[in-house]
Design a protein around this ligand. Structure first.
Ligand SMILES: NC(=O)c1ccc[n+]([C@@H]2O[C@H](COP(=O)([O-])OP(=O)(O)OC[C@H]3O[C@@H](n4cnc5c(N)ncnc54)[C@H](O)[C@@H]3O)[C@@H](O)[C@H]2O)c1
Length: 339
């Protein structure tokens, strides 16, 4: 089967495709008929693509994005790049800031140049809504002044700027997505994300510890994230080229999420324990633009995410969740001692 992409895109290269997002996105791209190249160091395992690990249209390339010499031939024949690879949260970035910078920022120039040289038609960059920092404004839109508070967020913003400012792109369309915190089950699960970890604590310990609790945070179901990447592959270039889009719909406080987890699991005896926090980042992300420009609406809720994780846990798909290092970026990186 070949893809029916309206732009004629057939081959998609996903960097970091062996991570949480990739493990849901790659099977979905394959099912849509795309030929998919995954470039990853596979810190969380190679066989994360559910029933698609041996798919004939999947090419798994064990390759570090910092190795631009080997990366360039991998980009040959690629129509679109979705760039996910990175050290993807503050604590794991701060484990080794020099390593973090080398992957999250320094490697970007080589990847971008390789994509331009090989005639890639569209480059989709996974940035983050964390580039906005703390905002007093009730609604953070794409034109809000970015105020990254950590190096992880700062380098996301620097990559965005380099992508847009690149002087010689030879017609390559460039799109920036700023997703909110994701949630829900995927074959390579991350339990360092709010909804996911609160759900697992409720299931395993019968208790949810809430840090702070009042801060508003935007959330997005991972399957809507996957749908958004499809929408950005299919969108006409004129609508998305050199544009940034927030993708995050459910703005909820941590306290609200904890209550929602307890209600969704239908167990009022789950205890909520409050702990003060000095992480007061609070923001309400507005995603009207992606709705207006692409007609993109979410289909999945936070309750769906809780239910999916609970079902996977009960089916034995999340073994030893609180000790399994593959479910936590920071624990896995400490274990691998990556350089
Ligand atoms: N998960 C979220 O809530 C969220 C929210 C906003 C933005 N994002 C962004 O989306 C992207 C994907 O996030 P995720 O949750 O899937 O992250 P993840 O940590 O699960 O996956 C990252 C992947 O990148 C790979 N990788 C790391 N360094 C590499 C290197 N040098 N070369 C090749 N591969 C490398 C890892 O092996 C891993 O498979 C990231 O860029 C992240 O910043 C994620």
């Amino acid at each position: 089967m070949s893809s029916q992409n309206p732009n004629g895109f057939k081959t998609i290269l996903v960097t970091g495709g062996g991570g949480y997002v990739g493990s849901a996105l790659v099977p979905s791209l394959l099912k849509q008929g795309y030929h998919v190249k995954v470039v990853d160091v596979f810190w969380y395992g190679r066989d994360v693509f559910d029933d698609c690990n041996q798919h004939p249209q999947l090419e798994r390339m064990e390759l570090d994005i910092r190795d631009s010499t080997r990366l360039k031939p991998a980009l040959d024949g690629v129509d679109a790049v979705i760039h996910l690879a990175c050290i993807s949260n503050d604590p794991s970035f701060e484990l080794d800031p020099a390593l973090g910078k080398s992957i999250n920022y320094d490697a970007f120039a080589g990847l971008l140049q390789g994509a331009i040289d090989q005639g890639v038609k569209r480059f989709i960059y996974a940035s983050s809504s964390s580039i906005y920092g703390v905002k007093e404004t009730p609604d953070v839109r794409e034109d809000a002044e970015p105020l990254p508070l950590t190096d992880y967020s700062r380098f996301k913003l620097d990559c965005e700027r380099d992508l847009l400012a690149h002087p010689r792109v030879r017609g390559m369309e460039r799109v920036i997505l700023r997703p909110s915190t994701l949630c829900g089950y995927a074959p390579r699960l991350r339990l360092d994300l709010t909804v996911n970890i609160l759900t697992i604590h409720a299931l395993v310990n019968h208790k949810i510890r809430i840090f702070g609790g009042k801060q508003l945070r935007p959330n997005l179901h991972i399957l809507d994230m996957v749908r958004a990447y499809h929408a950005f592959l299919e969108a006409p270039g004129a609508k998305v080229d050199r544009e940034a889009f927030n993708v995050g719909f459910q703005n909820r406080s941590v306290e609200d999420i904890a209550t929602l987890v307890r209600a969704t699991l239908g167990d009022p005896t789950i205890e909520l324990e409050y702990t003060p926090s000095n992480d007061n980042r609070s923001y309400h992300v507005n995603s009207d633009k992606v709705r207006q420009v692409l007609g993109f609406e979410t289909r999945f809720t936070l309750e769906d995410a809780v239910r999916d994780i609970a079902a996977a846990y009960r089916a034995g798909k999340i073994p030893d969740p609180l000790n399994n290092t593959r479910l936590s970026n920071i624990k896995r990186m400490q274990e691998l001692r990556v350089k």
